[in-house]
Write a protein that binds this ligand. Structure first.
Ligand code: VGL
Ligand code: ZN
Length: 199
């Protein structure tokens, strides 16, 4: 057994064309992600998993529209269209994603009061999801990340993973981004600065 794991971030219907928060060409990465899954020794998936009244939804706030920013107790928070509601079709994994081999599915964003872009910490940057402990206990120290969206959940996960002491590579060819007001260029720089290997 090796110490390497593939982490597939949020490859869910709502982030694919036709979904509630569609990432351009989000579904185009599915064949390559399937190949990476086939080649990987260990596979972990993340699943954005919000209650219907989640605080990251613009619909939960009066006079707010999707992509507005609000101040939360933990800092600024972008508001989104309702997406990845627990148990909905949109929250499901893309139908062609072959995740049979996945050893763990980690759900995030399930508490109404706080969003969670990162697979490791909620957006308060202090509440852990448990993923770091899981990986450490299993001796999985080298991580390859792919999925959606490059400039949000993939980037936040990659940066937190480095901070947690993992060796981290992001397969950009197996990611697609949202690019909201320059977020793509900004988060690429943040990842590079943190020590994430961009491949
Ligand atoms: C994501 C915005 C809101 C993501 C999740 O997976 O990148 N982005 N929820
Ligand atoms: Zn979300």
């Amino acid at each position: 057994m090796t110490s390497e794991a593939l982490i597939v971030i949020d490859l869910q219907n709502d982030f694919c064309p036709g979904g509630a928060l569609a990432v351009q060409d989000g579904d185009a990465i599915v064949p390559l992600v399937n190949t990476l899954i086939t080649e990987a020794d260990h596979v972990v998936l993340t699943q954005d998993w919000h209650p219907a009244d989640h605080s990251s939804f613009a619909s939960s706030h009066e006079d707010k529209a999707p992509y507005d920013t609000i101040q939360m107790p933990y800092g600024p928070q972008t508001l989104w269209p309702d997406h990845c509601i627990q148990g909905s079709e949109g929250a499901g994994f893309h139908a062609d994603l072959d995740w049979t081999n996945a050893e763990l599915v980690i759900r995030k964003g399930f508490r109404a009061s706080v969003d969670s872009y990162s697979a490791f910490f909620e957006n308060d940057h202090t509440t852990p999801t448990g993923l770091a402990g899981y990986l450490r206990e299993r001796g999985l120290t080298t991580l390859t990340l792919c999925g959606l969206a490059t400039d949000f959940c993939v980037a936040y996960s990659a940066i937190d993973a480095v901070k947690q002491g993992f060796a981290v590579r992001v397969r950009l060819d197996a990611c697609r981004g949202i690019d909201l007001s320059g977020s793509m260029a900004f988060m690429m720089d943040e990842m590079r600065g943190a020590g994430v290997v961009l491949a």
